[in-house]
Design a protein around this ligand. Structure first.
Ligand SMILES: NC(=O)c1ccc[n+]([C@@H]2O[C@H](COP(=O)([O-])OP(=O)(O)OC[C@H]3O[C@@H](n4cnc5c(N)ncnc54)[C@H](O)[C@@H]3O)[C@@H](O)[C@H]2O)c1
Length: 297
């Protein structure tokens, strides 16, 4: 029969034994490799002047990140407000206006974040646009702009952040905004859906190529979140289907969402917090659905 002694009682048992140095087993190599320094962390959150991006910026600040709040110049005032809120939480932050679809601007964004806040530990490629239009009505420009922001924009953020993190040498976290439509498209949001499928594919491919640098790459896939983006979708779908403002989002919520309520940005930022923390160090290449139960992966 095995004889067991509680370790605490054992070490208290004799004064002599208690002076013997205790041998602690170090964490396995893979855990130590992926862990980002928890004492000082920085993140860039694109499209964070409002909506889901704003909730992510505030949540990561609460988690201890200093934040570069990015958006386009038209939303500068919103970005400055988010910066003030973050400073109110006791973290450092600054606003930086850049269009993610422009590689040079993204390179300047990353450069500014590093010189203002220090090494870059997390890139949240959140900025995105939506458009409600039938596939056969799309202009070449509609399709091009959708892919410039939602796909080239994410690529620009992923790749520029990855190059910076590789230069630093300490690994990092890269995240992108996908959507449930990256699993099953919504009609009339079809080119938007295709752009989000591309984000999911890019996330998987980047995860494979960046693993060797201890950089994890994951995406979050929100469902129907009550933001300016869904105000637009609700209004445009309503016009096409003859529904009043607010009726379409209510109908989708009632008919599609198992948990029975429209999502709020904090539903998404809770999961992003996990994906940007060391608790997700062994996850990469995943697209995590947060939709109250619309799509089951
Ligand atoms: N709202 C939803 O239901 C929902 C669902 C699934 C996925 N998403 C995705 O989540 C992300 C955030 O969505 P949201 O609902 O907060 O949208 P939103 O429109 O409220 O906010 C998006 C922000 O991105 C900024 N932005 C747009 N183009 C940009 C560019 N080229 N460069 C920099 N910033 C730019 C906008 O100015 C805005 O502040 C998007 O990628 C969106 O596709 C949203």
């Amino acid at each position: 029969m095995a004889f067991r002694v509680q370790s605490q009682s054992f070490w208290r048992a004799t004064a002599k034994l208690a002076t013997v140095p205790r041998v602690t087993t170090p964490a396995p190599q893979w855990i130590r490799n992926y862990a980002v320094d928890q004492r000082k962390r920085t993140a860039i959150v694109t499209g964070s002047a409002r909506g889901i991006g704003k909730a992510i910026a505030l949540r990561l600040a609460q988690d201890g990140y200093d934040i570069c709040v990015n958006d386009i110049p038209a939303n500068k005032a919103g970005a400055e407000e988010v910066v003030s809120e973050i400073k109110g939480l006791g973290r450092n932050a600054f606003p930086y206006m850049a269009d993610v679809s422009n590689l040079k601007e993204v390179e300047s964004l990353v450069g500014a974040s590093v010189s203002e806040l220090g090494d870059l530990n997390a890139m949240i490629a959140n900025a995105g646009i939506a458009q409600v239009k039938g596939l056969l009505d799309l202009t070449e420009q509609d399709l091009r702009r959708m892919f410039e922001v939602n796909v080239y924009g994410v690529y620009n953020c992923y790749s520029t952040a990855a190059k910076q993190m590789i230069k630093q040498g300490g690994g990092g976290k890269i995240l992108g905004a996908a959507s449930i439509v990256a699993f099953k498209p919504f009609p009339l949001l079809s080119h938007y859906s295709a752009s989000k499928w591309a984000v999911r594919g890019l996330t998987q491919a980047m995860a494979m190529e960046l693993a060797t640098h201890k950089i994890t790459v994951n995406a979050y896939a929100p469902g129907i979140v009550g933001t300016a983006m869904w105000d637009l979708i609700d209004e445009e779908l309503g016009k096409l289907k003859g529904a009043k403002k607010g009726d379409t989002i209510k109908k989708y919520t009632d008919e599609l969402i198992a948990l029975g309520r429209t999502s709020v940005p904090e539903d998404v930022s809770n999961t992003v917090s996990f994906l940007a923390s060391k608790d997700s160090d062994y996850m990469t290449g995943q697209t995590i659905v947060i939709d109250g139960g619309i799509i089951f992966t």
